[in-house]
Design a protein around this ligand. Structure first.
Ligand code: GDP
Length: 371
């Protein structure tokens, strides 16, 4: 492993004020308020459904066993996770027993600027009460802000067999959708995820939620697909280091095992950096590179892209003989990713499109790899 092998090449990190929310179009309405341009994710659900645990495990590196000692949430809790993370949003942990009919709650304020609403349903408990609360919550939220993405986490599925998981998801989605149908809310779409803090499913689900809030996602995915095709790499992920949420991946399907391997590699890299690394003033690693050879002829190759983002590639060891091309392509990819996020600052209203410079980089990337 080579934990600190910087290139020393002039690829800058993102300026701190880069954000990934969109313009004033439909997408942006869903994710930003006028006073606070950060996309907001709300986590809601009944008491003891696992909301605080999810937040602590995903964003605060708490081990799942420690969540047994968490106090139950009893007030609205705002957690701004933007400080060390590329992901620039707020999580509002709202306790289950809030009464929406109580006029003291400003629903416009709560739902108005929300990008995604995650509703947590405890799959190990009787979920009928949770479904009633889910229906009330999403219908209220939808009326205030129809742009919200509604994400249902069928949570604590570690206690269920595979068959039972599928049956629970089918039952919950059928009941929830039927109620919405009866209430005439046909345009309200619910997405369902099976999650547990005891495996990587919670990170995977959070990744999907966050990706829906990134207007530049398609461009990023295209960039990663072009990179993979031209570098002899099998799979690649762009990760937010702190949360291990993947911001984007190439077009090939994601298999859970590869994702877990990449997450573990990031942990190794962070641990090594903490102990032996050269840190920047704010404690984040700098110019990190990490290579791990697995015993099945695969290689995991990690390179830092910005202060908050790393690229993790999975490739066969015979492809790694062309490391020069891979490194060169990563360099161009970093530049293109910077351009994608910079486009808003430099070209005003061009939501989701690559600037001229970014397109040129892509063309160079294919040429160099084919050479
Ligand atoms: P909250 O009131 O919704 O914030 O719920 P908590 O986060 O306090 O969690 C309630 C209990 O559920 C705690 O004892 C957690 O350890 C447990 N819990 C949370 N997530 C999971 C999970 O994925 N699987 C299992 N088995 N237990 C969980």
């Amino acid at each position: 492993m080579e934990p600190h092998e910087g290139f020393g090449l002039p690829v800058e990190s993102f300026p701190k004020d880069f954000s990934y929310h969109g313009d004033d179009g439909e997408d942006a309405v869903a994710t930003a308020t006028s006073s606070d341009m950060k996309p907001r994710i709300l986590i809601m659900g009944l008491q003891r459904s696992g909301k605080s645990s999810i937040q602590k495990v995903v964003f605060h590196k708490m081990s799942p066993n420690e969540t047994l000692f968490l106090e139950s949430t009893s007030k609205i809790f705002k957690d701004d996770v933007s400080n060390n993370s590329f992901i620039n949003f707020q999580i509002w942990d709202i306790p289950g027993q809030i009464d929406f009919l109580d006029n003291t709650f400003d629903l416009d304020m709560i739902f108005g600027g929300t990008g995604a609403l995650i509703f947590v349903v405890d799959a190990q408990d009787d979920y009928m009460e949770a479904l009633t609360c889910l229906h009330q919550t999403v219908s209220k939220a939808f009326r205030v802000n129809p742009q919200i993405k509604f994400e249902i986490f069928i949570h604590k599925v570690d206690g269920l067999s595979d068959d039972h998981k599928i049956e629970t998801q089918r039952d919950i989605s059928q009941r929830a959708n039927e109620e919405l149908h009866e209430a005439g809310l046909r345009d309200l779409h619910l997405s369902f995820h099976l999650t547990s803090i005891y495996d990587h499913s919670i990170f995977e689900a959070f990744s999907k939620v966050v990706q829906k809030l990134i207007p530049q996602l398609t461009t990023l995915e295209n960039l990663l697909s072009i990179f993979v095709q031209n570098s002899g790499v099998e799979k690649t992920f762009l990760f937010d280091v702190v949360s291990k949420i993947y911001i984007a991946t190439d077009g090939s399907p994601v298999d859970m095992q590869s994702y877990e391997l990449c997450c573990e590699m990031i942990d190794v890299m962070l641990d090594m950096t903490c102990i032996y690394g050269d840190e920047t003033d704010d404690g984040t690693p700098q110019d990190s590179t990490c290579i791990i050879r697995l015993n099945n002829t695969s290689i995991l190759y990690l390179q830092e892209v910005t202060r908050f983002l790393v690229l993790v590639c999975i490739l066969r060891d015979d492809s790694f003989t062309r490391r020069g091309i891979i490194d060169y392509n990563i360099l161009l990819l970093k530049k293109a990713i910077n351009d994608v996020f910079d486009v808003r600052l430099r070209q005003g209203k061009q939501n989701g499109h690559l600037p001229i410079e970014g397109r040129n980089n892509l063309m160079q990337l294919s040429t160099s790899a084919n050479a």
